[in-house]
Design a protein around this ligand. Structure first.
Ligand code: AMP
Ligand code: ZN
Length: 473
């Protein structure tokens, strides 16, 4: 498997630190509002990377944080006249709902910065002891960039150039810095801000130290993959490397993966979608018009390192493309219900071998730095093969074969092959079955409760001689 590594700017063969395991950290959102679809790109892309590793049999430890202490959260809390925690808790919940809608798996751990302060204080102490950090007179603690000889290795920047660049921009309140490129590890509180006690001052952590500490705590000193949007390469990830490697004395992440931006065309002017530019759509807004599966499919239609423009036409095209796949999957499910129980004919064996080749093609695309665009092209070829070769005369073995391939490949992309209504049907049938079991066990209270729940969902039951029938009211 090949991964493009931002560190080397080359595709490299993936070699895990521990055979069969992947330790992966993805920088998560700052929670002060609903997430926009630009934020959704890394979530969908790296969830797909995770799913592919799992498909290949790896055990993936996937950690993605919520940044829940930040100027923007504090600002919003002041506007609403509530504690910061009220804001962050609310938007973490909303973000999790959006993730579920996009079929992004919950991370193995979703740490929150404010619950990890002790670890941050400890890492800052280590950095001071080792001479990599210093406290200024006002209690701000800075990382000493000049003490870390590889500073700039990820963003391919040179420290001297950086320092002269920074010198141009004088930031007030940072007079205590030894060097303009030094960055904050801990800063004093301002009036009305959340704070924690420390030996330097009552204050709060800098953004970069949060991720170094959460990655260390939940994954260890060394991890396989660190990922996020390309705007995080500098300074965020560069600074994470400096902190983690200086404190732990080990290489931090083997592979650094960065997704390109989701852009939006503003009257012929292509811009990154961002909160600050005000040119964004939230995931929630999109969900009012489209099933979020369409958004997911749209994101995966481009390679993750290619910029992707969001437009009404493109999302509409994704909707149609996804529809074609779902229709094929539905047809296969229906065919499986009525087909004859039999092994494959010689002709079907030949077609099944063709299908297998398409699975190989799909895997080949995914192994080449997760080229989901080409992988989706292979899925469409499989759909075409299925549509042209499955008929009422097909054997059960052949239908199962095509159906399994299609479902597996869609599952890796996080695409559900059943439409919402069909899923609902399944759920209803399960509830009816549970009611039958309750009646058998003479638990009539439970049986009635289930009937009531179904009624609330608009489902009416009818007990007939052939069993229970249901219809929508
Ligand atoms: P933030 O909440 O701004 O810290 O962003 C959370 C994640 O979303 C980071 O990995 C960002 O790089 C990513 N991100 C933000 N805007 C975009 C965009 N327009 N396109 C792609 N990724 C983005
Ligand atoms: Zn981070």
């Amino acid at each position: 498997m090949k991964i493009f590594n931002t560190l080397s700017r080359r595709k490299e063969e993936f070699v895990p630190l521990e055979p069969g395991k992947v330790k992966m950290y993805v920088c998560g959102p700052t929670v002060y509002n609903f997430i926009h679809i630009g934020n959704a790109r890394p979530m969908i892309v790296f969830d797909t990377v995770r799913r592919y590793f799992e498909y290949k049999g790896y055990e993936v430890n996937y950690v993605s944080n919520f940044t829940d202490v930040d100027d923007k959260i504090i600002k919003k809390a002041i506007e609403e006249g509530v504690e910061s925690e009220v804001i962050s808790r609310r938007y973490i919940e909303e973000c999790k709902k959006d993730m579920a809608g996009m079929n992004v798996k919950p991370a193995t751990t979703h740490p929150q910065a404010t619950l990890e302060i002790a670890g941050m204080l400890e890492m800052i102490r280590t950095l001071i002891e080792k001479g990599h950090a210093y406290a200024a007179a006002d209690g701000t603690v800075y990382f000493r960039t000049g003490s870390f000889k590889n500073y700039g290795k990820l963003s391919h920047k040179n420290l001297d150039e950086l320092q002269s660049g920074f010198r141009e921009i004088k930031v007030t309140g940072e007079e205590g810095k030894e060097n303009p490129s030094d960055f904050v590890l801990w800063k004093p509180k301002k009036e009305g801000e959340p704070y924690w006690d420390s030996e330097w001052c009552q204050g709060r952590p800098g953004w970069h130290i949060e991720c170094s500490v959460m990655a260390k705590k939940y994954l260890g000193d060394q991890i396989d993959i660190h990922a996020g949007g390309e705007d995080l390469i500098f300074p965020h990830h560069e600074n994470e490397i400096a902190q983690s490697e200086a404190a732990n004395g080990k290489p931090f992440a083997t592979y650094w993966m960065h997704n390109a931006f989701l852009n939006i065309d503003n009257n012929g002017h292509v811009q990154k979608m961002s909160k600050s530019l005000g040119n964004f759509f939230t995931v929630r807004e999109i969900s009012e018009k489209y099933d979020l599966q369409v958004l997911r499919f749209f994101m995966l239609s481009a390679h993750y390192r290619s910029p992707l423009n969001f437009s009404a036409d493109l999302i509409e095209a994704s909707k149609n493309g996804l529809e074609r796949i779902l229709t094929a999957a539905e047809r296969l499910r229906e065919a499986a219900k009525t087909c004859k129980e039999a092994g494959m004919s010689a002709e079907e064996e030949k077609n099944a071998a063709e299908a297998r080749k398409l699975v190989d093609k799909y895997e080949g695309a995914m192994e080449d730095d997760f080229n989901t665009a080409d992988a989706i092209a292979a899925v469409f070829e499989l759909v075409k093969l299925g549509n042209s070769t499955v008929s009422p005369e097909s054997s059960s073995a052949y239908i199962e074969c095509i159906r399994n391939f299609l479902e597996q490949l869609c599952d890796v992309l996080g695409i559900l092959t059943e439409r919402k209504a069909e899923q609902l049907d399944g759920e209803i049938e399960e509830m009816i079955e549970a009611r039958q079991q309750a009646r058998k066990a003479k638990n009539f209270a439970l049986a009635d409760e289930i009937r009531g729940k179904l009624l609330a969902m608009g489902i009416v039951l009818e007990d007939t001689r052939e069993g229970v029938k249901w219809k929508r009211a």
